[in-house]
Design a binder for this molecule. Structure first.
Ligand SMILES: CC(C)(COP(=O)(O)OP(=O)(O)OC[C@H]1O[C@@H](n2cnc3c(N)ncnc32)[C@H](O)[C@@H]1OP(=O)(O)O)[C@@H](O)C(=O)NCCC(=O)NCCS
Length: 156
């Protein structure tokens, strides 16, 4: 992978095999194809993919799923393909979600993250997210807590 800039676009049905590949590599309990498909179809849900802005065949490197509900952006899922990690893809996708929120006059971004997920916690903290609560044993299979985080969106 080069250091080409990224471009972003809505994820389509035809992207699902690649999205599922990234999902399977990133999570202990990956979302099913059906769950991903329904996010693509919901009016309130945005599924954005990131790819290198370079000539040649496109390969999605990561994606983010978020809901725009009232004045909040709720991030449900963000993942970067293993070979593309630590190159700013996750941060850029989170910034895209915030930018969508600002366009819709949202004032807050919210999300839940596993207490043990150090890479994700590092990503969110680096973007200015604050811990505002804990949902004890939210991830029932492992009995793991969810950390609830929020970011205030200042209009720009
Ligand atoms: C979390 C995840 C999306 C980060 O994606 P990424 O594209 O590698 O992240 P970035 O390169 O944009 O990193 C941005 C910052 O996040 C933090 N970060 C990312 N990976 C990290 C790691 N392994 N350990 C500690 N901090 C990390 C760092 O602060 C990093 O900034 P830096 O590289 O300048 O130090 C990725 O690790 C992933 O897909 N994980 C599996 C899926 C997942 O857990 N998603 C989150 C669900 S809540």
């Amino acid at each position: 992978m080069s250091d080409a800039p990224l471009r972003y676009r809505r994820v389509l049905e035809q992207d699902l095999p690649r999205i599922m590949e990234i999902e399977a590599a990133g999570f202990l309990h990956p979302w099913s194809e059906q769950m991903l498909r329904s996010e693509i179809s919901h009016a309130w849900s945005v599924v954005l993919g990131a790819a290198e802005d370079a000539p040649g065949p496109e390969r999605l490197l990561g994606y983010i799923i978020f809901w725009l509900v009232h004045d909040e952006v709720h991030v449900l899922n963000v993942a970067t393909a293993p070979e593309a990690r630590r190159r700013g893809v996750g941060r850029a996708l989170m910034e895209q979600a915030s930018a969508h929120g600002r366009q819709r006059a949202c004032r807050l971004v919210t999300l839940e993250v596993r207490r043990s997920n150090a890479p994700a916690l590092g990503l969110y903290r680096g973007l200015g997210f604050r811990q505002v609560g804990v949902r004890p044993k939210y991830y029932a299979e492992e009995g793991e807590d969810a950390i609830i985080m929020t970011l205030d969106l200042d209009p720009r």
